[in-house]
Design a protein around this ligand. Structure first.
Ligand code: ADP
Length: 550
């Protein structure tokens, strides 16, 4: 675990909006420091004159004006920092979501969606306290002590020395307590994201949990996790209060160290009243911003922890090979391809050629590596060894987005999004696409006719409200919409269909394959009959069958 720095330099690189934010803070910080010093000088003059029975009108006028300027500065700084904090958060969110969509599906499969959602949503909101509270105070914690010290050197250098020696005590003590707080906050944050991830998982699996009588047990688990999160929150709060107390104590003692000698020298006549007043007015100002920064630090720790996670989740370089070659319609050649996952080797040294226009069926037991073979052609999975060449272009260095535009894909479990049926079919297709024709081809029209609002029927998350056979037809309709696709990939398209719709889908699939290259996982004889070649995959090894099995 790295110690949380007050400022993460990666921010400047990844989020250019931060630079403007810092520039604004710097300007406001310098202006405030100058005003603070002038204000104390004016007030000391007013008070010293009043003690002598006079009224220093110029100094009083200046003091009143400076009070107004300082208030105006504080207000403007608050408004501008709030605005630029929102800009920084927005660009972080955009970057984060953008990088997630560019990731390989294999990376996403290893993530817990819930904790990513917690991070992008609530997690980054924690940065508000950092950008509008802690960072401005930190800047003031540099500019004001410097300005105060510069003024004190001219007024009374012994006081200046005492302030210069005691001021570093505040950040030192702050850091000592801060490290404790950081350990507690990180624990708190991990608990929160685990809670988010678990809750999402549980909601998705609720029907399964109900069926197996585990719903109540899961409720107890969530309750326990929420309880642990509450305890962790209380722990961080305790440390935050302790830290405020320690910093207050250090600052008070330091001010006393300056005030006592000043008082004695004033009594003995070694110092004028005006200088003594100036020193007494300025000294507390020097400690104030650092002390305030210390207490704001705790409020922003959660945001800083989320920021660290967000910056670490962003890949250093965008993995998209921009401007890579675009494979065209042509032979697909796998040469010596091996795909190894963490625990299993899904494909072993596979070499094969698929000629344009060929229809290749893939059969084999479940877990043999069939889906991996399709994922390889989509560029979702990269070979651990060997190459996949399309039209002579290695997919590893190709423009995958352009390549996927030429591929129509029907996965085993198509993902449907919360939205209307029409939107789900149209996914990614141009506006003028003929959705109705595609639906008819995929035997989806009869399904749509039976829905309460037809095409405008709204589906729940993950297509809730449709049977698996109905969802499969939506996925098929999506593929039919891509009538310019050169390659069609299907993963058991008829697996969830009854006999009547199977016949319709097979007929439509054969039409879809006409004039295109097709690779499809199939077991039913009806679809196998449409194949020119049949490949058998078993334990990652691909063999060519000479006779089509019946
Ligand atoms: P099939 O489609 O023939 O059922 P798959 O290609 O899905 O087989 O899987 C082949 C093997 O690779 C299986 O042992 C499976 O557990 C493993 N596998 C598939 N996808 C992944 C993944 N993303 N991470 C790790 N292992 C995987």
């Amino acid at each position: 675990m790295s110690r949380r720095r007050p400022f993460d330099p990666r921010l400047l690189r990844r989020v250019p909006a931060t630079r403007r934010h810092l520039a604004v803070l710097g300007l406001a910080g310098v202006a405030t420091a100058v005003v603070v010093v002038l204000q104390a000088t004016a007030l000391a003059a007013v008070l010293a004159a009043a003690a002598g029975g006079r009224l220093d009108r110029t100094a009083l006028g200046l003091f009143v004006a400076l009070v107004a300027v300082r208030a105006g500065l504080a207000w403007a700084q608050g408004a501008v920092t709030a605005w630029s904090a929102a800009a920084v958060k927005e660009s972080l969110r955009v970057e984060l979501l953008g990088s997630v969509t560019r990731r390989d599906p294999a990376w996403l499969a290893g993530q817990r969606g819930g904790s990513l959602a917690t991070l992008v949503g609530r997690g980054l909101d924690g940065l508000d306290a950092y950008f509008t509270g802690y960072l401005p105070q930190l800047v003031l914690g540099v500019t004001i002590p410097i300005a105060v010290l510069a003024r004190l050197v001219f007024a009374d250098w012994t006081s200046a020395v005492i302030v210069a020696v005691t001021i570093p005590l505040i950040p030192i003590f702050g850091a000592l307590v801060g490290w404790q707080a950081q350990v507690a906050t990180e624990r708190q944050w991990r608990r929160l994201s685990r809670l988010g991830g678990h809750f999402l998982d549980m909601l998705r699996g609720l029907p399964t949990l109900r069926a197996f009588g585990r719903a109540q047990a899961q409720v107890d688990v969530v309750r326990r996790m929420a309880d642990a999160h509450r305890a962790a929150t209380m722990r961080t709060l305790r440390i935050a209060f302790l830290s405020a107390l320690v910093l207050e104590l250090v600052a008070t003692i330091s001010v006393a160290l300056v005030a006592v000698p000043v008082g004695l020298r004033l009594l003995s006549g070694g110092m004028t009243l005006q200088v003594a007043l100036l020193v007494l007015l300025l000294t507390p100002e020097a400690y104030l911003p650092l002390r305030a920064a210390g207490s704001k630090f705790h409020a922003s720790l959660e945001g800083l922890t989320a920021l660290d996670e967000a910056l670490s989740a962003l890949p250093d370089e965008t993995p998209v090979p921009a401007g890579g070659a675009v494979p065209r319609r042509g032979p697909i050649v796998l040469s010596g391809v091996t795909v190894a996952y963490d625990r299993t080797t899904a494909l072993r040294d596979v070499s094969l050629t698929i000629r344009p226009g060929e229809r290749v069926a893939i059969i084999g037991p479940s877990g043999a590596g069939k889906s991996t073979l399709l994922a390889l052609l989509l560029g979702f999975v990269r070979p651990t060894a060997g190459q996949v060449l399309v039209d002579g272009v290695d997919l590893a260095g190709a423009d995958l987005t352009a390549w996927r535009r030429q591929v129509a894909w029907v996965p085993q479990r198509a993902h449907l999004f919360a939205g209307t049926v029409a939107d789900n079919v149209r996914l990614g297709a141009p506006d003028d696409a003929d959705v109705e024709k595609a639906a008819a081809a995929a035997a989806l029209d009869e399904v749509v006719d039976g829905l309460p609002d037809g095409w405008e029927t709204r589906l729940g998350e993950r297509g809730y409200g449709l049977s698996s056979g109905q969802r499969q037809r939506i996925a098929l309709a999506r593929a039919f919409l891509r009538d310019d696709a050169a390659l069609v990939l299907l993963d058991e398209p008829t697996a969830r269909l009854d006999a009547a719709s199977e016949a319709a889908v097979v007929e439509a699939t054969v039409n879809l394959l006409a004039g295109r290259t097709g690779v499809f996982v199939a077991h039913r004889p009806a679809l196998l009959a449409a194949a020119d070649r049949v490949l058998r995959v078993e334990e990652g090894v691909v063999t060519e069958l000479t006779a089509v099995p019946t």
